[in-house]
Design a protein around this ligand. Structure first.
Ligand SMILES: CC(C)(COP(=O)(O)OP(=O)(O)OC[C@H]1O[C@@H](n2cnc3c(N)ncnc32)[C@H](O)[C@@H]1OP(=O)(O)O)[C@@H](O)C(=O)NCCC(=O)NCCS
Length: 225
C-alpha cells in the first residue's frame, strides 16, 4: 500500500527504510531545530539531529511511518514516524536500550528521556490495551504549515494502526498545536505538563524552564481503536 491519497498536489505515502535519506534530511530541517525542549537545555543542534535521525531510522524499519510529498517535485514536505510497541507498554521497544546509549553519550538526553517516561506512565491504565500503536514524532515543512497536513497524517496513522491489528493509538507530543489537534480527533489526555514548571525527578531541577510556546506544552494522549 504505497499510495494512500492524492489531493491538492500533495501525495501521502507509506515510508520504508528506503526513504531514510529523505526523512533524515527532513528531521534535520524541520524537526530538530524547532524542538524547543532540546533548545531549552542548550543541546547542540548537531547532537539533537543525530539522536532524532537515529530514532527516525529505527522507526522506519517497521514500515508504519508516513510521508507527504509534493506531487510535482517529489520533495518530502512532512513525515510521521510511527511504530508498534511490544508488551502493551510504551517503553518496551528496542529504542529503549538505544536511548540508554545516548544517555551515556549526551548529558541532555537523560532529562528528556525521563520527561517522556514520566508523561507516558500509566497511559493505558485500566484500559485493557494490548497492542498500542505509537506516533513517535513528526514535522511539517513550515511552508505548508496550517494546511491540515499533520492532522491528515494523524488520521491516516489511525488507519495504519487498525490495519496492523492495534487496539489503540498514542503519542507523546511536544507541541500545544499537536496536543490540541489530537484532542479534536478524539484522543484522551493521559498527562499534560507546562515545561516551565516541570521538575526532573532525578535531579530536582527544572531543566526546561526556558522552553517557549508552542513547545512548552507536552503530554501523552491516546485513543482506543
Ligand atoms: C506541529 C506541526 C506538526 C503542525 O503541522 P501542521 O501541518 O501545520 O498542522 P495542521 O495544519 O494539521 O494543524 C493542526 C493544528 O495546529 C494548529 N497550528 C499549526 N501551526 C500553527 C501555527 N503556526 N500557529 C497556530 N496554530 C497552528 C492548527 O491551527 C491546527 O489547529 P486546529 O485543528 O484547531 O485548526 C508543525 O508545526 C511542525 O512540524 N512543528 C515542528 C515540529 C513539531 O513540533 N512536531 C510535533 C511534535 S509532537
Amino acid at each position: 500500500m504505497r499510495l494512500l491519497i492524492e489531493a491538492n498536489n500533495i501525495v501521502i505515502k507509506r515510508l520504508s527504510a528506503l526513504d531514510s535519506t529523505a526523512v533524515c534530511a527532513s528531521v534535520a530541517q524541520y524537526f530538530s531545530p524547532r524542538k524547543n525542549i532540546a533548545m531549552a537545555i542548550n543541546a547542540p543542534l548537531h547532537e539533537t539531529i543525530e539522536v532524532d535521525q537515529y530514532r527516525a531510522r529505527v522507526g522506519l524499519c517497521q514500515g508504519l511511518s508516513l510521508g507527504a510529498f509534493e506531487t510535482t517535485s517529489g520533495r518530502m514536505i512532512a513525515f510521521y514516524i510511527n511504530r508498534i510497541e511490544t508488551g502493551g507498554k510504551t517503553n518496551g521497544s528496542a529504542v529503549t536500550s538505544d536511548t540508554d546509549y545516548f544517555k551515556e553519550k549526551y548529558e541532555w538526553v537523560g532529562p528528556i528521556s525521563r520527561l517522556s517516561e514520566h508523561a507516558k506512565e500509566n497511559i493505558f491504565r485500566d484500559t485493557g490495551v494490548e497492542k498500542p500503536f505509537e506516533i513517535d514524532f513528526g514535522a511539517v515543512d513550515p511552508k505548508y504549515s496550517k494546511h491540515g497536513i499533520s492532522t491528515t497524517l494523524s488520521i491516516m496513522s489511525e488507519d495504519v494502526a487498525k490495519e496492523n491489528g492495534c487496539d489503540s493509538i498514542a503519542s507523546f507530543v511536544t507541541s500545544s498545536y499537536t496536543l490540541g489537534s489530537l484532542k479534536k480527533l478524539g484522543y484522551s489526555i493521559a498527562s499534560r505538563f507546562d515545561l516551565s514548571y516541570y521538575v526532573d525527578r532525578k535531579t530536582g531541577l527544572r531543566p526546561f524552564v526556558n522552553a517557549t510556546p508552542p513547545h512548552n506544552i507536552v503530554g501523552s494522549l491516546y485513543k482506543l481503536l
